[in-house]
Design a protein around this ligand. Structure first.
Ligand code: ADP
Length: 161
């Protein structure tokens, strides 16, 4: 049976930490859906279609990687796509505690699902999307923290004007 995984998140924006987890997971799965959750309680920084476009651009040469946006429960998306695995990255013990409860609840909701964790590469441990957003909000250059295909310059200029 085809091994399909979902990598859910906000990706607001995708960082080199996300990019690294996705690339390292590719040998483990036949296909990997990067799934951008539409969360009505969270205020987006980058428009969702921009986030989809950036991730597609980063993985344009990787046929295994597909990008989509979704609303609702991640386990419902897994059922819809016939995906047996949820992929998550672990940076710190705080990530672990957060992920543990979500992973265990997802397993209760959908016993066929397995959540798989990859430890973050050392150099990406302090990085998260909210830091990138903070740097941009204050007029800084965050380009070293995002994949080279992600052009933040329009947003960077907007912030310093
Ligand atoms: P969420 O909105 O669920 O916090 P994110 O978009 O921040 O999602 O992250 C999605 C996934 O990527 C999570 O599993 C998170 O742990 C992982 N991740 C985030 N930043 C990094 C990083 N710097 N290195 C590795 N994994 C990361």
């Amino acid at each position: 049976m085809k091994k399909t995984a979902i990598f859910p998140g906000s990706f607001d924006p995708i960082t080199i930490g996300h990019e690294s987890i996705i690339k390292r997971a590719l040998p483990l799965f036949d296909e990997l859906y990067v799934a951008i959750g539409i969360n009505i309680e969270k205020k987006d920084f980058f428009p969702i279609d921009q986030r989809v476009e950036w991730i597609k651009k980063v993985f344009k040469d990787y046929q295994q990687v597909k990008v989509l946006k979704y609303e609702g429960l991640t386990v419902d998306l897994c059922k819809k796509l016939n995906a047996g695995y949820i992929l998550r990255g672990l940076r710190t013990s705080a990530d672990f505690e957060f992920e543990r409860s979500i992973g265990q609840i997802n397993k209760k909701l959908y016993p066929e699902i397995e959540t798989m964790f990859l430890l973050t590469s050392t150099e990406h441990t302090p990085l998260n999307s909210s830091m990138v957003r903070d740097i941009l909000r204050h007029g800084g250059d965050a380009s070293q923290f995002v994949p080279q295909e992600v052009d933040l310059s329009a947003y960077f200029k907007k912030q310093i004007r």
